[in-house]
Design a protein around this ligand. Structure first.
Ligand code: RUQ
Ligand code: CUA
Length: 634
């Protein structure tokens, strides 16, 4: 693979640098000379969303080990909201009421990597956003009607390291998952890591999504060798029903992976026929393992194939037509383009180079369309729907734009010719996202490039540097860097959704509140005692809690249900109980419950935490806890 020096495109990088504000040395204001440049004005105009105006797109980006998802507007890149998923978030009371506490279980954090929007007919339908937890093998569903986490599934049985997800199939039949780590199965079984090759396994899981409610459950699994599955994507159009993941460790190294997992020139991608997997489950060709129907691909031909890909691959991305599958090898400066039609023909003709543990290995050249010399350290590829691909280059700190097939004979003869443009970003790039790239009709227009190492692009805030992301206009022949924004840590992948694809609710309609403990009228409020349990039904409305006094005894358990009976947008009430660690935030029309053991005696004021009216400060009351036993006299 030769690399032409022009691919490093210093001119492109320099041009981008000169024109933009934000490239000032530390301590210099951004409003200096750069502000006068025409390019800066033009870039500013393209990202300017005037006060009172709204952004055209939502950007949902993962917050990594913060366990959260962050929402920004595009093109302004302004932070709009934090959606807590795998960790508590006092701002919305998430993880403080009983329902969200139960969802979080015993885990206090998660590691969000790849958000995936739900789809219908291969297009975003604006219903749900799925996100994975690499740390605790879970997957969550956020409802885009109210931007809240509604379900956390997991830990997924027989799986360690839910990194290779959340890849949504064309009609949200499944969210597909592949394991990053392999372990002895079922979980809990001990085996010496020295016996890794024999005793350890990875897994691909089909998480079935209920089409009406969105409720997820583990559908089936395919057991795999202990390859470390990396990123993936789902097919569409001709490749609908298929899914793809790369492995960076087909060496099956279990120690010193940096060296030992990088020995082979080619690792494998897994090519999974999930429709065949579903059929195998329906035909009963499975073994139950920890409550899940598991398919052994050696015994069920047709569900799994391997495809060699160079070298230590990371991303594998299906294009919007569903015909082209692009894999990028971190240690090889090319993007390998596979033709799904050739791949299918190879499968039909059994044009295999070998097999591994009963699974056919497709011949690389049988499926290959070409190796595009994109540059150093290619990771992920996105598409604009206009025949162009964009690959992030970690080592080069750049994005390469290149032309998808079909290629002319001339282009084929020298694939350098299909590399159309390259733009420098100012950090080691990881993921990049183009709106709708994983659908049949990408929006194009913008590309957001996310950093891996931010390299001090913002005001210093100490040793942990602000995370960076850059907004690139991809409407022209040349990519143009038009904005740079802070991104919450730790950014991984993102999804872009057209703002008008959804219409989030502003209040929960009273008629929809099915909480049996909801009350809507002051006359229905009050306390009931059953033994040591005191249950209080309370309402909150500007600017009063009813009741505003709660009486309990030491040792009691207080079960407090609060309904915010408002039906007015933005009329949120909070209930904080001083020194009792109670923090409820209740949206209009919502009911929330908290249970607390009364271990401290005394009088504890409670108050509304969310500003609600001129008399917000007066929205308060008292929790009075009487000592259980009279203090023994001297
Ligand atoms: S992986 S930088 Cu966790 Cu998303 Cu590619
Ligand atoms: Cu209710 Cu402030």
């Amino acid at each position: 693979m030769k690399l032409i020096s022009s691919l490093l495109a210093p001119a492109v990088a320099a041009a981008a640098l000169v024109a933009l504000p934000g490239c000032n040395p530390p301590g210099k204001s951004g409003a200096g000379d750069a502000g006068k440049s025409v390019a800066a004005n033009s870039a500013a105009a393209r990202t300017w969303v005037a006060p009172g105006q709204k952004d055209e797109f939502y950007l949902f980006y993962s917050g990594g080990h913060s366990g959260q998802v962050y929402v920004a507007g595009l093109p302004s890149m302004r932070h709009l909201a934090t959606i807590p998923v795998f960790g508590r978030y006092p701002g919305t009371g998430y993880g403080y009421d009983e329902a969200s506490k139960a969802m979080l279980g015993d885990y206090t954090w998660g590691d969000v990597h790849h958000p995936g929007l739900s789809k219908k007919d291969g297009l975003y339908d604006g219903r749900w956003l799925f996100v994975n937890d690499n740390a605790n093998n879970r997957i969550a569903r956020i409802d885009l009607r109210d931007f809240k986490t509604k379900q956390i599934l997991g830990p997924i049985p027989n799986s360690m390291g839910n990194h290779g997800s959340s890849f949504v199939t064309d009609n949200t039949e499944y969210v597909l998952v592949a394991t990053r780590f392999s372990v002895p199965l079922p979980k809990g079984r001990y085996a010496d890591p020295a016996n890794y090759e024999k005793e350890f396994n990875g897994m691909v899981s089909g998480i079935k999504v209920d089409p009406t409610s969105g409720t997820m459950k583990v559908g089936w699994q395919i057991i795999t060798p202990p390859f470390d599955w990396d990123l993936g994507s789902t097919g569409k159009g001709p490749s609908e029903g298929w899914a793809f993941w790369t492995s960076y460790n087909t060496e099956m190294a279990h120690d010193n992976l940096e060296a030992n997992a990088s020995q082979k020139d080619r690792d494998y991608a897994a090519i999974v026929n999930w429709k065949a997997a579903e059929a195998a489950v329906n035909a009963g060709q499975t073994t139950m393992l920890d409550g899940v129907a598991v398919i052994d691909p050696a015994k069920t031909p047709g569900v799994l194939y391997y495809l060699p890909v160079p070298k230590s691959p990371h991303g594998i991305d299906v294009d919007p037509t569903g015909r082209w599958v692009v894999a990028a090898g971190k240690l090889q400066p090319v993007a390998s383009v596979f033709d799904f039609e050739k791949l299918q023909a190879a499968i039909a003709k059994k044009d295999f180079e070998s097999e591994f543990r009963g699974v056919p290995v497709i011949r690389y050249d049988a499926a290959l369309e070409g190796e595009v010399p994109v540059g150093l350290g290619p990771l992920h590829t996105q598409y604009d729907g206009a025949g162009n691909a964009y690959t992030s280059l970690f080592i080069e700190s750049a994005v390469a734009k290149w032309k998808m097939p079909p290629w002319s004979a001339d282009e084929r003869a020298d694939l350098n010719k299909v590399v159309l443009d390259k733009i420098a970003v100012h950090y080691n790039i990881g993921h990049l996202v183009v709106g709708g790239s994983d659908t049949k009709k990408p929006y194009g227009k913008y590309l957001v490039a996310m950093n891996k190492l931010s390299k001090g692009r913002h005001l210093s805030v100490g040793p942990s540097q602000p995370e960076d992301s850059e907004l690139i206009d991809i409407t022209g022949k040349k990519m143009e860097l038009i904005y740079e924004a802070f991104t919450e840590p730790e950014p991984h992948f993102a999804q872009i959704l057209k703002a008008d694809a959804i219409s989030p609710i502003e209040v929960y309609p009273k008629a929809e509140n099915d909480d049996p403990n909801a009350v809507w009228d002051a006359k229905d409020t009050g306390a009931t005692r059953r033994g040591n349990v005191v249950e209080v039904k309370m309402i909150a409305i500007r600017s009063h809690f009813t009741p505003d006094r709660i009486d309990v005894n030491e040792g009691d358990e207080l079960v407090l249900h609060v309904t915010n009976v408002e039906q007015t947008p933005d009329m949120i009430h909070g209930l904080g109980i001083v020194e009792q660690n109670v923090n409820l935030v209740i949206d209009p029309g919502e009911t929330k419950t908290v249970r607390i053991k009364m271990t401290k005696t005394g009088v504890f004021p409670f108050y509304c935490t969310n500003f609600c009216s001129a008399l917000h400060q007066e929205m308060q009351g008292y929790l009075a806890v009487k000592p259980a036993v009279a203090v023994a006299t001297q």
